[in-house]
Design a protein around this ligand. Structure first.
Ligand code: ADP
Length: 540
């Protein structure tokens, strides 16, 4: 027997309409690329999202087609989140920090039809414009009078002239909640970047989970500032969660330095923010240097890399609770957040700190398990470490276009992280089995680096590993075995990377070795290399 409740689909358009209706005067504040502050409300945002929807219909652009953005966190990007997905098209947020060739590759793989971009990325777009044949419309996210007269990009229009004159009334379509809503590529695995395709259902369910008190716990009394970019897993879903609960939003634009972020936190009364440890390091340094304090922010979501216990302690000194979170692009992204249980409240501060340094407990909706090398499940004793697998309604089933084949093992997604889980369900990452480097929250593919190095005429074999770094968490070190009798300097090898990867992806250093350890199947034994170079001091 089926239940007799309404079968209304969960759709992203409902979020913005809910916010417009129930929180019409709640503000969205953005630091624009131009440097000034822009303010409007959820009601204004909803009107302009509807104008975007009308503009897309006018093109026309069939539903299901991809609309890409190359943009910072700001109000126009926010409008695209709704105007595009709400109509049944797919919003594809592209990471502008990638090298030009990588950006073009991703746009082509996604077969994007429209690209909306911030003025910061004009040069990138100029460089890719004739390499991306599927893109038919280029939109610069700027005011009408800011459009450069001779951009060299055919048919370039300003965002404002594109939506100007469109009606701000729109009947959002109703469709299957499993319809694709947003696309985000990740290189956090092996090979080429792969697209993760979120649905309306997965996005809304993730929001319900993420908003829970032991997760992000967001409400209409909050002011949220996502430092995590809107091109990185939908800014950890905050542009969806804030309208769902009616929280005020503050977008930092392109100014992500400690001073600029601190100014916004203080001037806008931000209560909660979110970002990777690298960003907070800069913020804490700034606050310390000016003898400041946090007058409104009392919690901050930190993830993307392990949050050092010293950072948690520093924030605690300022009266800010760190919500240490773990997740993945493939998980929308939230998997776990660390929060104490009632029984921990009576325990010593040291005990509490030890718990808070863990990656935390799963929200309802995320199933976790750890397994040994044979795939046998390991006990939740906080000691046994194994490969971490997850499943749930906001976790990936397949990559876009089936890239990489079936990513699941018996219905579970292998995260590539190695972890322990204790009897209370607290998960702690102890290692990573996937072969990638995470620098300041962004991936560097060790395979890409190795492939480039191997193309150098002097290199016989190369392996790239992560080495700990105080600011960036990890940085790449290239280990090179030269061909017999051949010579090359560190500088020669490093200059070989120029123009082949983004500057920040170039290894920090090269070490020359006589042999690189290989396993039985001829694979480089990265674990051995990581052990060998674990105390390696990278050049400053
Ligand atoms: P995000 O950066 O939003 O977490 P990515 O897909 O770029 O998403 O990266 C996911 C990976 O980052 C995880 O599989 C894990 O290796 C690493 N990671 C994320 N959060 C943490 C954390 N809190 N501690 C340790 N590693 C983390």
């Amino acid at each position: 027997m089926l239940g007799l409740m309404q079968d209304r689909p969960l759709l992203i358009s409902q979020l913005i309409e809910f916010a417009a209706r129930h929180h019409p005067t709640t503000e969205i504040v953005s630091r624009r690329i131009e440097g000034d502050i822009h303010r409007y409300t959820y009601l204004d945002a909803a009107r302009r999202a509807r104008q975007v929807a009308n503009a897309l219909d006018r093109l026309p652009l069939p539903v299901g087609e991809r609309v890409a953005t190359l943009a910072w966190n700001g109000y126009r990007h926010f409008e695209m989140y709704y105007g595009v997905s709400g109509t049944g098209r797919v919003l594809h947020t592209v990471n502008p920090r990638l090298a030009v060739e990588q950006v073009a590759w991703i746009l082509n793989d996604a077969e994007d039809r429209i690209l909306c971009f911030d003025a910061t990325f004009l040069q990138v777009v100029k460089a890719i414009a004739d390499k991306c044949p599927t893109v038919r419309k280029w939109i610069l996210m700027c005011d009408v009078d800011q459009l450069p007269p001779d951009s060299g990009i055919e048919g370039l229009v300003s965002y404002e002239s594109w939506i100007e004159g469109e009606s701000d009334a729109y009947e959002w379509p109703e469709f299957d909640e499993r319809t694709a809503a947003a696309l985000c590529y990740t290189s956090g695995t092996t090979g080429n970047p792969k697209g993760v395709l979120y649905s309306h259902r997965s996005t809304l369910l993730h929001c319900y989970g993420a908003g829970l008190p032991d997760f992000i716990s967001m409400s209409a009394r909050d002011v949220v500032l996502p430092v995590v970019p809107m091109f990185h897993v939908n800014a950890w879903s905050l542009p969806y969660l804030a309208p769902m609960v009616g929280a005020k939003m503050v977008f930092p634009g392109a100014a992500l330095d400690g001073k600029s972020i601190y100014e916004l936190l203080e001037s806008e009364g931000v209560t909660v923010s979110a970002g990777v440890p690298t960003v907070w390091l800069a913020l804490l340094n700034h606050v310390q240097s000016v003898g400041g304090r946090f007058s409104s922010m009392y919690r901050t979501l930190i993830g993307g890399s392990a949050c050092p216990p010293a950072m948690i302690a520093k924030f605690a000194d300022y009266g800010v609770t760190v919500l240490h979170a773990w997740g993945m692009t493939e998980m929308s992204p939230l998997g776990t957040v660390c929060n104490l249980k009632r029984k921990h409240l009576e325990q010593s501060p040291e005990h509490q700190r030890a718990i808070m340094a863990k990656q935390g407990r799963a929200a309802f909706g995320v199933d976790m398990k750890i397994v040994d090398t044979e795939g046998k499940e390991l006990p939740w004793d906080g000691v046994n470490a194994g490969d971490l697998l997850v499943r749930g309604p906001w976790i990936i089933a397949k990559y876009f276009k089936g890239a990489g084949g079936d990513p699941l093992a018996d219905g579970w997604f292998p995260t590539g992280d190695v972890a322990t889980i204790d009897a209370d369900g607290y998960m702690q990452i102890t290692d990573r089995s996937k072969d990638v480097i995470k620098s300041g929250g962004e991936w560097i593919s060790s395979i890409d680096i190795e492939n480039i190095a191997m193309a150098h005429p002097v290199v016989a074999m190369a392996a790239c590993i992560a080495v700990r770094h105080p600011k960036w968490d990890e940085r790449p070190l290239l280990v090179v075995m030269k061909k017999p009798g051949e010579q090359a300097s560190r500088e020669e090898i490093l200059s070989f990377f120029n123009g082949r990867v983004a500057k920040w992806q170039v290894p920090d250093d090269v070490v020359f070795v006589d042999t690189i350890p290989l396993g039985a199947t001829g694979k480089v034994q990265k674990i051995k290399l990581r052990e060998q170079f674990k105390d390696y001091k990278l050049p400053a």
